[in-house]
Design a protein around this ligand. Structure first.
Ligand SMILES: Nc1ncnc2c1ncn2[C@@H]1O[C@H](COP(=O)(O)OP(=O)(O)OP(=O)(O)O)[C@@H](O)[C@H]1O
Length: 589
């Protein structure tokens, strides 16, 4: 089974090479050519929908841009189709940048609606422009040739198309297993965690959108030269929905799901077009009805698509650990023990009429564990989120290492050296523990999408992995590097989050209820880790309900009640305070 995963791609290439020379009827070569064209669009949808969680019904419009651009260029200027490809990619890239820049800020159902709107607009634009031949389109588009060889038809086109599909699939696989890829995979879980790790989530959404559009555009370029003509009908909303259908049925979260979906949909469509009229006794587009039912059944019983069946049966080989001799990542200068790290000055947060945080002030010094405690609803998490930039202050000021950080975005605050964990663990469940933790080092790397796709990021990847391993060992999780994060128990999940936060080399670590949901033994392990981190000079702000843990590890406590500062002092002082006891017991004081 391991062999199947390792050599699966090689097997696919061999199968494709055999098909290219085998005496297969032309009908099948034509079918496979279309499957290749669809696969390219679906591959983009895997990135867009499966990885980033952005649903698009508008991909067919980008196929249209690629097709019309090359048709217009080759017919009107007589230039080579390869220049037509460049023109198509340029126009697609610019339009995706504009459309994506506007629509990707939307969330929920607004984004899919926006993709329908732009799909329709581009379709009607193609259908109404005189220069593009209106509904008749453009005829007489030349075939493709490469180094003097005709590759515009049959097996030549098959070889070219599938060469591009395999290359694109490889590039996407490499991308997903890289610094930018991890950032992209974090998008599906929402933007808060990724932003807290320093990821510019909007930028990555736009980049993914452009990549998906470019893949669709290449498909359109191939299509125009294969068909020798273009007209608007294959680029409308119906086809946009079909591309999404293929990808979801194949497995929208998997690169090979794109090809599986395109293959099965095309084959099923052909078979049904023959079978259904024979069964029903009358002709019509009945296959659409069957497709609808298939989609509902797949969504109900196999929501991750058909490829997930294969995926669950193939064990993932552990990543080969080739980073032992990689150079250590540079570290930031940390404040010396006792230096003022965090100065919270009269911060206030109002939610409508409710004052959740009422002019709270406190200071945290380097090498200290400061506990922020108080009964439920006291305003601890809100204070935490004000410091990390997740919430905007109503008034007040937060100064970190001498610089005012209030008003900044959470990724800018992360860049300055504050890292955090979340009250409810935020992780990418289908990535390994090591990969999840490597996301924490996002800001310590710089390689982007092109380096990742072309494999020019090896050196940096080795450094990031080495750092992730080091931080996992630091919190006692060195034995779980290759485990899937989603399979971890709550205790290790929380330690993994701490390792991810440490991976950013923070000057201040903020932990939001790290003991919530932990068993006794796991709490002890957590306390050991926190004490060890303090002994290494790490400064920590801890929001926690578990009084045993708080009293055990904190140097200083700030107690809140109803958004106000009730008292502060050492754990012993706080324990003896009647006011604190009354606040927890809910009596007057
Ligand atoms: N986004 C929000 N909109 C409106 N009210 C909010 C919001 N977030 C928090 N609150 C309110 O602010 C108050 C403080 O909440 P917060 O979550 O900060 O308390 P907490 O001390 O962290 O409580 P817990 O220990 O239960 O997590 C509560 O009354 C809560 O209902």
């Amino acid at each position: 089974m391991l062999l199947a995963r390792r050599y699966g791609l090689l097997a696919l290439v061999i199968v494709l090479a055999v098909i290219a020379v085998a005496p297969l009827p032309d009908f099948w070569i034509t079918q496979l050519n279309y499957i290749g064209l669809y696969s390219l669009v679906c591959l983009g949808l895997v990135l867009l929908t499966g990885i980033a969680g952005l649903t698009s019904f508008g991909q067919a419009a980008f196929v249209g841009i690629g097709a019309y651009a090359t048709a217009w260029v080759t017919l009107n200027t007589g230039l080579s189709p390869w220049l037509g490809l460049l023109a198509g990619l340029a126009i697609t890239g610019v339009s995706a940048l504009i459309v994506g820049g506007i629509t990707l800020r939307m969330s929920g159902h607004y984004l899919p609606l926006a993709t329908i709107a732009w799909g329709l607009s581009l379709y009607y634009l193609m259908s109404n422009l005189d220069a593009l031949g209106k509904y008749d389109g453009l005829l007489g588009v030349p075939g493709l040739s490469l180094f003097g060889m005709e590759v515009g038809q049959g097996r030549g086109f098959f070889a070219l198309t599938w060469f591009i599909v395999v290359l694109a699939a490889l590039a996407v696989i490499r991308l997903l297993d890289s610094r930018p890829g991890r950032a992209m995979r974090a998008l599906r879980t929402g933007t808060q965690m990724a932003e807290a790790m320093g990821v510019n989530t909007l930028r990555y959404k736009i980049v993914i959108f452009i990549i998906a559009a470019l893949l669709a555009s290449v498909s359109g370029w191939l299509y125009a030269h294969y068909q020798h003509s273009v007209n608007p009908s294959p680029f409308g909303l119906k086809m946009g929905i079909e591309y999404l259908f293929m990808t979801v049925v194949g497995g929208v979260g998997y690169v090979w799901g794109a090809i599986t979906g395109a293959l099965l949909t095309k084959l099923l469509e052909d078979q049904l077009q023959v079978l259904l009229p024979w069964l029903i006794g009358t002709s019509g587009s009945y296959e659409i009805i069957v497709f609808g039912m298939v989609l509902v059944i797949v969504l109900k019983y196999l929501p991750s698509g058909l490829w997930s069946l294969v995926e669950s049966r193939l064990p993932r080989p552990p990543r080969s650990m080739d980073w032992a001799d990689a150079a250590a990542l540079p570290e930031r200068r940390k404040p010396a023990a006792g230096e003022l790290v965090l100065d919270v000055q009269s911060i206030r947060k109002e939610f409508g009429g409710l004052v959740a945080v009422n002019d709270i002030s406190f200071k945290l010094h380097a090498g200290q564990i400061l506990g922020l405690i108080g009964p439920n609803g006291a305003g601890k998490s809100t204070t935490f989120n004000l410091v990390t930039g997740l919430l905007r202050l109503t008034s007040g000021k937060v100064v970190f290492c001498g610089e005012t950080i209030s008003g900044q975005r959470s990724r800018e605050i992360a860049r300055r050296g504050i890292s955090r964990t979340f009250q409810h663990v935020r992780m990418i469940p289908d990535m390994t523990v090591l990969e999840n933790v490597a996301l924490g080092a996002h800001l310590r790397g710089g390689k982007g999408v092109v380096s990742a796709m072309t494999g020019l990021n090896r050196q940096e990847e080795r450094q990031l992995m080495r750092e992730a391993q080091r931080q996992l060992e630091r919190v006692g999780m060195g034995a779980s590097l290759h485990e899937q994060a989603g399979n971890l128990a709550m205790g290790p999940q929380r330690l993994m989050e701490i390792a991810r936060a440490l991976c950013s080399d923070p000057a201040l670590l903020l932990l939001d209820e790290p003991a919530a949901g932990l068993r006794h033994k796991e709490k002890q392990a957590l306390a050991d880790v926190l004490r060890q981190l303090r002994s290494e000079g790490v400064s920590i702000l801890l929001v926690e309900h578990d009084m045993d843990l708080v009293m055990d590890v904190c140097d200083h406590l700030v107690v809140m009640e109803f958004g106000t500062h009730l008292m502060e002092g050492t754990p012993a002082e706080v324990q003896q305070s009647p006011a604190v006891r009354a606040a927890y017991l809910g009596t007057e004081h």
